[in-house]
Design a protein around this ligand. Structure first.
Ligand code: ARG
Length: 462
């Protein structure tokens, strides 16, 4: 049976079942660093403001540092009956230093304390994920630069559409991960305000200075309104949304990698480090890694929806429902950090099969649009007529078992005499790709411009 250190009114010991439902220590113990960091800043402020004595502050600060070390070295286990990490640390401190420990909770509540600890954790996680995203973007940009002239069929509806290059395709993902990076960084900025000192919900009559704690903890400023600050979990929702969006991008890429490594494509080969075998079929090499990255989107989406649901009906200010905010965030952050590292390694090690990609460009008459465009531009034919003439050319190619890029001038002119000899060259896949020179287009030259742009951007973020 647990001894309650914070229950002036409750006389009976808690039931085991209540503890099992109520205690968050089993999962919020991962916040021990943030809890101690927050308490040290709070104690410092109390001393600066003359609310506790210098002597008590010294004891508290030394005690907290020793507790931190003991937890890190495994000498102090956080597996007792304490309700949560805040009670566990405060209790341990008081056991070690006596009465001075009991002064630490002056002018604060667990409501602002947990808001602080959790926010510190989320802020650190924003930075960690952003740093890994930078590495990921670098990898994509490098792979893009190396493959800016490797052609593949660009698709819509998963049907061959127009020739693009693999670097261009990689730059599409680099652009998504850049937006992801910016989302984590902007969440960091928006939420970089300190809630400590808000106490239970209404502030405190003690002469505290919230600027001191805010500054010591690296925040921009104290939050504006205490009632909001103890009940705000937007910062947690934002990281959950940011992770879900990032994982959605990763999942789309994973889907492509899974397809591309199938025998029907063979466009990429994942390194043996990132493939697994089958227990029964000796010949198999399975793309488990992209499958797992795709599968992990399920849990991170779930975590976002779960917290949105927890928060939606809560009156101000703190409600115990909010204790349900943490596990999903811990899970999503862990998933994001691991997934990004794996993705980065997998993309860096992946082999791009140029021959298979380029051979695939000979299927599906990828340059048909170029012919229609030519007839409009060079022969003044209305687009709808040009569209039909091109359709006849495609039919002829099909009959001959060829791609339209393989038709001879004579064959083309049999369909329409307006077709000049420059068309033969123009129907070549590479010429078609390089003709798409509009800004943001796939021409190798434009792709390399995009590479340069992101390289430049990367160098300004460091
Ligand atoms: N363990 C609690 C949580 O995670 C800490 C805050 C408790 N506050 C309270 N008034 N019971 O939300």
């Amino acid at each position: 049976m647990a001894k309650k250190i914070a229950s002036a009114r409750i006389s009976a010991e808690s039931s085991r079942l209540l503890q099992e439902l109520n205690n968050s220590l089993p999962f919020d113990k991962v916040l021990f660093r943030e809890d101690i960091e927050g308490s040290r800043a709070h104690a410092y402020m109390l001393k600066e403001q003359g609310i506790i004595s210098d002597e008590d502050y010294q004891k508290i600060d030394k005690g907290l540092q020793e507790i931190l070390l003991d937890i890190e070295q495994g000498k102090l286990k956080l597996d007792g009956d304490d309700e949560d990490i805040h009670m566990a640390i405060e209790g341990e401190l008081t056991r070690r230093i006596g009465d001075a420990g009991k002064r630490l909770h002056t002018a604060r509540s667990r409501n602002d304390q947990v808001a602080l600890d959790f926010r510190l954790y989320v802020q650190k996680s924003n930075k960690k994920i952003a740093a890994l995203l930078m590495e990921t973007i670098e990898t994509f940009v490098r792979v893009a630069q190396e493959h800016a002239d490797v052609m593949l069929p660009g698709m819509t509806h998963l049907q061959h559409a127009q020739p693009i290059n693999f670097g261009y395709h990689m730059m599409a993902y680099a652009s998504m991960f850049k937006r992801d990076y910016e989302r984590f960084m902007s969440s960091y900025e928006r939420n970089n305000y300190s809630p400590i000192g808000c106490a239970a919900l209404a502030g405190t009559p003690h002469p505290i200075d919230r600027k001191i704690t805010s500054e010591k903890l690296g925040f921009k400023a104290p939050t504006l309104n205490c009632l909001d600050s103890v009940s705000d979990r937007d910062f947690a929702l934002e990281i959950l949304f940011n992770i879900a969006t990032m994982m959605m991008h990763m999942s789309r890429l994973s889907e492509e990698l899974i397809l591309w490594s199938a025998a029907e494509f063979k466009w990429v080969t994942l390194s043996d480090r990132h493939a697994t075998g089958s227990s029964i079929m000796p010949q198999k090499k399975n793309p488990d890694i992209p499958e797992l990255l795709r599968g992990k989107t399920g849990r991170v989406n779930g975590n976002l929806v779960a917290l949105l649901t927890v928060m939606k009906g809560l009156p101000l200010a703190y409600n115990k429902d909010m204790q349900e905010d943490k596990e999903g965030v811990f899970d999503s952050v862990k998933t994001a950090l691991l997934s990004l590292q794996v993705l980065n390694e997998m993309i860096a090690d992946m082999r791009v099969n140029k021959e298979a990609m380029e051979a695939a460009c000979m299927v599906g008459h990828l340059t048909a649009t170029d012919l229609a465009d030519y007839l409009v531009k060079e022969a003044g034919i209305p687009f709808r007529d040009a569209y039909h003439i091109t359709g006849n050319v495609v039919n002829l190619a099909e009959e001959q078992g060829k791609d339209i890029s393989e038709l001879t001038l004579e064959e083309l002119q049999r369909i329409d005499s307006c077709i000049g000899k420059d068309v033969v060259e123009m129907l070549d896949n590479r010429a078609s790709m390089n003709a798409r020179q509009s800004e943001g287009g796939t021409a190798t030259k434009r792709t390399l411009e995009q590479v340069e742009h992101l390289k430049q951007w990367l160098s300004t973020q460091k």
